[in-house]
Design a protein around this ligand. Structure first.
Ligand code: PNS
Length: 159
């Protein structure tokens, strides 16, 4: 069987159970999934690159075929360096589509050998986003079922 390596890139600011659901689905399809945290200073994330990486590493501990990493620069160049051929992105709702479609086509233009594969999370995660999570956590709302335990801890420390 063909051994296909996939990269799942994102800001993961912070990782949510929706991200974990996508990672789990991807790990059933591909021989290796590299979850790659973007170190892109223009996005101005709430959590440092080290914290985002640590949260993801803890949350994916024990998941077979899943690795975590940090990348900077063009995603397609990172994907090529990792000998991967697939970029994974999650699609929660139609509102995600336009941005994702543009990114996928730009990445294809930059490297036509890399395919973007979209996966849908379980429907119970479709309304979860990192920015909503941060807002609810800041205002003292429960994080139960929304984020992995490792992330809950980081959110509490940030409050
Ligand atoms: O979780 P996000 O913020 O939606 O992830 C966006 C990310 C990190 C995948 C995207 O911004 C990205 O790929 N950045 C790396 C720079 C790059 O390659 N840009 C051109 C892609 S169209």
């Amino acid at each position: 069987m063909k051994q296909t390596i996939a990269v799942y890139p994102g800001s993961f600011d912070p990782p949510t159970n929706g991200h974990l659901d996508i990672i789990s689905r991807a790990s059933c399809i591909f021989s290796k999934v590299i979850v790659a945290v973007s170190d892109n200073s223009t996005k101005n994330p709430s959590f440092s690159i080290d914290d985002r990486f640590t949260m993801l590493k803890e949350a994916t501990k024990g998941m077979r075929g899943v690795e975590t990493d940090i990348f900077s620069g063009l995603l397609v160049n990172y994907v090529r360096r990792k000998k991967a051929t697939v970029i994974i992105r999650g699609l929660r709702a139609v509102s995600d589509f336009e941005y994702e479609f543009q990114m996928a086509l730009m990445n294809r233009r930059l490297n036509k050998k890399i395919e973007t594969v979209f996966l849908m999370p379980d429907e119970s995660y479709t309304y979860i986003s990192s920015s909503l999570i941060k807002q609810v956590a800041r205002l003292g709302g429960t994080m139960e079922g929304l984020v992995p335990r490792s992330v809950e801890r980081f959110l509490k420390e940030k409050k």
